[in-house]
Ligand binder design. Structure first.
Ligand SMILES: [Zn+2]
Length: 208
């Protein structure tokens, strides 16, 4: 049924090298090695409430990150600002439609869908796994998860934006806009979310 997300779910015991499967822990609880009882880890992971908080923060940051100016270009006394959406459109108008679509999908659309999907999964785990249509939606979301996770590449956006900033800085003064701050924070939230989320563990919620 579940495809195994090997991604940081196995750890080695420091003392006896036993391979141990990492599991979600309630807070204040420590995981011990089953063979030699060395303490392995004590941070809760894949915590439903933790992910809920991260998802909500990320969604709040998402809109200013994408719709407020990320670059301010001062050029011969005039000031131009650019948002992520405008940047993608501008690349498209230059004729690079494939690049524009790739940037829009990987930096805007897929991350939004991914964060929303995790938020819905978390809400279903918290309140709705006993309701059959929500349970079915939950399974559908888990099946889509890997694809969305692979398509989400906020760092592509960060790269393309740095390249354009450096190119422009040759003939204009370029400043970071408020959107950049929001985007950086969004990027940090995405890293936390990826660290916290564990697909295999989410599948196991169906058996609880
Ligand atoms: Zn051990």
């Amino acid at each position: 049924m579940a495809e195994i997300h090997e991604h940081n779910s196995l750890i080695l015991c420091r003392s006896c090298d036993l391979m141990v499967k990492k599991r979600a822990l309630p807070s204040q609880v420590r995981a011990l090695c089953p063979r030699c009882h060395t303490a392995l880890y004590d941070t809760p992971y894949c915590s439903i409430n933790g992910m809920l908080a991260i998802c909500i923060t990320a969604l709040i940051l998402f809109f200013p990150a994408n719709f407020l100016p990320v670059l301010e270009i001062h050029f011969f006394g005039s000031i131009r600002t650019t948002t992520v959406m405008e940047a993608a459109l501008a690349v498209g108008e230059l004729g690079y439609w494939i690049v524009a679509v790739a940037v829009a999908v990987s930096a805007v659309i897929a991350p939004l869908l991914l964060i929303s999907s995790i938020l819905i999964q978390v809400m279903i785990v918290k309140y709705g796994l006993h309701i059959s249509w929500l349970r079915k939606s939950y399974i559908t979301l888990l099946k889509q998860h890997s694809l969305l996770a692979q398509l989400s590449m906020l760092e592509i956006y960060v790269l393309s934006f740095l390249v354009s900033a450096f190119q422009l800085s040759d003939f204009a003064d370029v400043y970071m806009g408020i959107g950049t701050t929001c985007f950086t924070l969004l990027f940090v939230m995405a890293i936390f979310l990826q660290r916290e989320y564990n697909l295999e563990h989410m599948w196991s919620k169906l058996d609880d």
